[in-house]
Design a protein around this ligand. Structure first.
Ligand code: IPE
Ligand code: IPE
Ligand code: MG
Length: 243
């Protein structure tokens, strides 16, 4: 792994908790609990490597359709897992994205408090996507843009890609350089659709509770072997690199 070419922003679809638990004859929520340990390890490792943004898909809009007891267990886990020492010890700032209005009041309060108390930490920003889906985010942003236009604050002719980018919940961070999905599925599941237009994708079969620092290094090594062309030719990119 090249320590001088670490992705600035890593996004992760943390999948496979349920199957990991079921394979051991345990309830699915046991897998979610184990997944919290992985979050701790991977957060610490990303900070050590110099990653600046780590965006974790924790609960999707569609996950609200899961059995009520699993949803309740996940909400309780969010409350208990987001302990301040993790952020303080690693100098990590906490941010949340998603449809906060759908979350229980105590969860909303916890998240808001943690955002405030970690606002000064500078090593890395950990972004938790909770009650989040990309289509929801884009639709919500479109509504606000429409209102601005209706109120005469925005000229429709002046709308560009940046108009949307600047109003998305993710506006405070750059697009992901690397998107990792654990758990074997080869899909995006409504995550950061706008933002991953040019991200490098990495899929692995490892269930999230088993995902190690070594697995993370492998994903970064794969990222480092790729040439990001952003639509240009190989030759153009090589010339830019030597310039
Ligand atoms: C990911 O693990 C965590 C959440 C979606 C909350 P899953 O719960 O989806 O685990 P699998 O995919 O069923 O194994
Ligand atoms: C995606 O996992 C959402 C999170 C990891 C939070 P899912 O398990 O919900 O995705 P699908 O249903 O397999 O696409
Ligand atoms: Mg899943």
């Amino acid at each position: 792994m090249d320590r001088n070419n670490i992705p600035q922003h890593i996004a992760i679809i943390m999948d496979g908790n349920g199957r990991w638990a079921m394979a051991q004859g345990k309830p699915r929520t046991f897998g979610h609990q184990a997944g919290v340990d992985t979050v701790r390890r991977i957060t610490a490792e990303c900070t050590r490597l110099g990653v600046k943004y780590l965006t974790l898909y924790t609960f999707s809009t569609e996950n609200w359709n899961r059995p009520a007891d699993e949803v309740a267990a996940l909400m309780a886990l969010v409350i208990s897992a987001l302990e301040e020492p993790l952020f303080k010890e690693n100098n990590v700032r906490f941010r949340v994205i998603g449809d906060m209005d759908r979350l229980p009041a105590d969860v909303q309060e916890k998240l808001k408090g943690l955002e405030e108390r970690t606002a000064e930490y500078t090593a890395m920003t950990m972004v938790v996507a909770l009650s989040y889906s990309s289509r929801w985010e884009i639709t919500d942003t479109m509504k606000r843009i429409a209102k601005e236009a209706k109120d005469g604050k925005l000229d429709i002719g002046s709308i560009t890609e940046d108009t949307l980018t600047e109003r998305l919940q993710t506006s405070f961070m750059p697009d992901p350089d690397l998107l990792i999905r654990t758990g074997g599925e080869l899909r995006i599941s409504n995550y950061l659709l706008w933002q991953i237009a040019y991200s490098e994708l990495y899929f692995c079969d490892t269930f999230w509770p088993d995902f190690t620092e070594e697995n993370l290094h492998k994903a970064i090594e794969s990222y480092q072997q790729r040439q990001r062309r952003f639509g240009k030719t190989e030759e153009q990119v090589e010339n830019e690199e030597t310039a």
